[in-house]
Design a protein around this ligand. Sequence first.
Ligand SMILES: Nc1ncnc2c1ncn2[C@@H]1O[C@H](COP(=O)(O)OP(=O)(O)OP(=O)(O)O)[C@@H](O)[C@H]1O
Length: 264
Amino acid sequence: MSDATPKIRIRGLKKAFGPKVVLDGVDLDVMGGTSFVVIGGSGTGKSVLLRCILGLITPDAGSIEIDGVDVTTLSSRQREPYMARIGMLFQNGALFDSLSVWENVTFGLVAAARAGHGPRITRAQARVRAGALLEQVGMDPAVGALSPSELSGGMQKRVGLARAIAARPEILFFDEPTTGLDPIMGAVIDGLIADCVRKLGSTAIAITHDMASAQRIGDRVGMLYEGRLIWQGPPSTLFDSGNPVVDQFTHGRREGPIKIDVRS
Ligand SMILES: Nc1ncnc2c1ncn2[C@@H]1O[C@H](COP(=O)(O)OP(=O)(O)OP(=O)(O)O)[C@@H](O)[C@H]1O
């Protein structure tokens, strides 16, 4: 693999649900160690795109290469080592209330060890590891003893981030990381995300509606519209892209080329 091979390379990705075409030929290259942010209106297929890469949805056509290997052609067993390289921060944190915070943080590590995909880890070691990960996202390790339901939304995001980075993943996905947070906490979470991605040297894809967040997290930003990435560029050009669709979206104008389908 040459240095010029993107970490993630998507070509002609298509997905429809019945008559509804969601992805209609998405092309995307994300170079190793860079962060790409996908913006786009509600229902434009941002989550479907992420779920296709994660193998949770089978695309109708197209390829998704990770390190030059088209993972869409692999069996679920063959995909496992590729998926193990991905850490994910879910929109709602997706923490298990039945587990303590520290158990949530190390859930993936313990599960991987049990499945024979990762190094063995005792409960005592996992608890220490969770403490270090919580500190990495600016939390007191003592929070590990609490239940996720005792935490604010911002703290839950931090715990979700600690869990996402626990296995030091080569690839990180962020699904609307600032949704539901106040602007200051959103900026704090974005700062932590950028910091974690940089320290791990990971390749990241984030999806968001939040333009400030896109500018803070992304090395590049692309807009998904009518099933394709219709524009991409550096975040500094987000409000001055020269593309009428992007301009309408980023400035939040009601009038413009974007037609809102209220049934989406
Ligand atoms: N499993 C599914 N079955 C049928 N339709 C689906 C399925 N998953 C997604 N869709 C449809 O695909 C379209 C895109 O959904 P998606 O969740 O990717 O949008 P999004 O861009 O992430 O939106 P939002 O920003 O509101 O989260 C929607 O119309 C949704 O109803």
